[in-house]
Structure formats: structure tokens, C-alpha cells
Design a protein around this ligand. Sequence first.
Ligand code: PLP
Length: 398
Amino acid sequence: MNYLAGGVNSPIPIPPGYPKDIISGRGPYVIDKNGKKYIDLWMGYGALIFGHADKDIIKTISETIKNGWFFSYQTDIEKEVAEILHEIIPSAERVRFATTGSDAVAYALRLARAYTGRKKILGIKGGYHGVHENMMPGSGTIFNLTPDLIHFNDPKAVEEKLKSKEYACFILEPILANCGCTPPNDGYLKKIRKICSETGTILIFDEIVNGFRIDVGGSQKFYNITPDLSTFSKAIAGGLPLSVVCGKKEIMENFAPQGGVFFANTFNGSPLSLFVAKTVIRKLKDGNVYKKNMKIGDDFREFLKEQIKRIGISASVQGISSMSTMAFGCKSFEKGILAENYDSKAYNLFIQKMAKKNVLFPPLPTETIFLSPVHESVFEEIKIAIKKSLEELKEEIY
Ligand SMILES: Cc1ncc(COP(=O)(O)O)c(C=O)c1O
């Protein structure tokens, strides 16, 4: 008997052929209770930047846990990691630790509204920033507090909206990762930075997926654009729950107890997660993982494009570094795939064929594919499975 409501712990249904009884993970694999191994291309929604059961993270957890793992007093590790983040993230003049990505975004929005005295929020069509009423149209809520939405990569729309000076903030992922991985067009981030400054609108980069993926200083460092506030989570603690809100001192110091903006959660800044974050950042700092991710991501996309062309399927492939999307039925996309006529049926069929060959793509076409250096050892296996699955798909529906 499965007592989970709806049989799952998220809104995403389990596709046919996907495992329902995972008991462990190792490197590129998740392993079910019968010992069957699947190559994982979803990697904990991008949190597992070094793959499953990384040995340095295991060591940190085992050493930390001996000394207790949760205290309601201030810890040394929170100050230490805050200082590390201040040194590596351009916008991190001040830092607060929270628990989930949704918390971090909720705090950033609350802070932006309090600081500007404005109510409205501007966001991106197809963007995702967490579960709360503030950001979720169609969540089943009776409240209507959701943001105004415009397309990604459209600076004119930003200008048009923000000139009213009614918006507290503009929140976006610098690289769209929740509706088909879409990097910003040249100059887009620079233009929106300028418009936000001119209109007194707080620019929030939601780096919950982007952060630590392409540069240890976030995509803000990679693109050299500094937002007023930023949020981080997922990869920062290698799969343990931790999130970050950081930003300009003048804005951040409005959080209670110094200011009036409420900020609380029992597990905020969990010491265990913070010790792991310190290990993750130390491992990422030498830049080797980024070099490997850039190469494996480029090779992966190149291979997909070659196969799509060779077999004659209508699909496009896009991404940056370890983040990719394959969108069937789409020639290209620069506003995310929801703005296009993408073919979700073909994607669903394709991933079921891949699962039969023991390779798991993300279960939704809008979700990003995440690779990491641990995939180097199984890259040939992934390529063979893709080639065969695309050929089968062509026979069946194209
Ligand atoms: C960009 C972005 N922001 C916020 C969130 C919410 O994070 P969490 O699921 O940890 O609450 C997500 C989750 O996928 C996300 O991708």
C-alpha cells in the first residue's frame, strides 16, 4: 500500500518505465531495490553537481555529525560560509541562510517590497521561483498575488513595464532553466540592469539552479552583471537542504532584528548543510569541474544535434555548460519552450524509450538535463541509448 497522497511527493507524475523504488545512488547512477542501475540525467534537480554519493561530501557529513548537527544558537560555520560567499559572489555584500529555494525567494520578494514600498512584481513567462502564493499562478490558491509576466530576452517589454515605477522588483533566472534551458541573448542582462537602476526597481537574480553551475560566483559572475539581490540553493550544498538570500548591504539590513522584515525558519542555516557547502565550494574553486562540465555539455549537445540531423527529426537542442534541453517540434527557442509549439508527446515517448535502455531524462520537457563529470565514464552508453531511441521514435511518429 502506498500512503503518499497521489503516490508521489511532487506534482510531477512518474512516467511509465521509470523506477519507483530507488534505494541508493552512486556516481552517475540511481539504483533500485532489485539492484537495477539507471544512468541519471536529472541529478537531484541539479543539486548533485558531483554526482551521487560524492566521497568528499560523505566524509564531511560523517565527520560533522559526530559533534551534533543542529543548535538554535549562532554557529561559527554560518559566519565562515557567509564570508566565503561574500568573497566569491559579486552581489553578496550581506548574506542570510534559509532552507529551501522557495523560502529564499519569498524572503527576497518581501524585502524588495518593504525596501521600495511598492507592491508589484515583474517575472518571466514560464519561469519558476517556488511554491508560494506570491509566484505561483494556478497553484490551487484562492489568493491572487502573482506577478506580471513578460517574455525572457525581451528588454523592450521590461522597459515598457518598469517605466511606471510601480514595481518593487524584477525577478528572473539569468539563464532560464525551468522552461527549456535558455541562455540570455548578448546584452540582455546589461540592458535590464540599466532599466532596473533607472526605475528604482530591485533586480533579483534567482540563481537557485544557475548558481554554482557555471561559475563559483554564480551566473552573475559569469556574465559580469551584479543584481541587487540574489537567491541560491540546489548545488550549493551538494544535495542537502540549504538556500541563500544575499545582496546589497543597504537592502539586506532591513531584515529583522535590525529592520522590520521578518525572516525565520527552524532549519535556516543548518550546520550540517553549511559544512557540506564549505566542502562543495572548496571543490569547485579550482575551476576543474567547470572545465569538465563545459566539455561534456558541449559534446552532449553536439551529439544530439548530429543525431537529430542524421535521423531527420524536428527538434532543437540548447543549453550551456552542464545544462541542456532537447525540445521536439521546435526549430529554436530564445524565450523558453513554452513560447513555442513544442511537442511534449514526442518528448514523453522518447524518455520512455530511454528508460527502457536504463537512462533517465528529466520527466518533463521543461526541466533541464544536468550532466556532471561523473557522466564521462558512461557517456558512450548514453550516446548509444540516444541514437537507438531517436531511431525508434522516427519510425513511430515522424
Ligand atoms: C529557479 C528556481 N527558484 C526557486 C525554486 C524553488 O526551490 P525549492 O524547490 O527548493 O523550494 C526552484 C525549484 O526548482 C527553482 O528552479
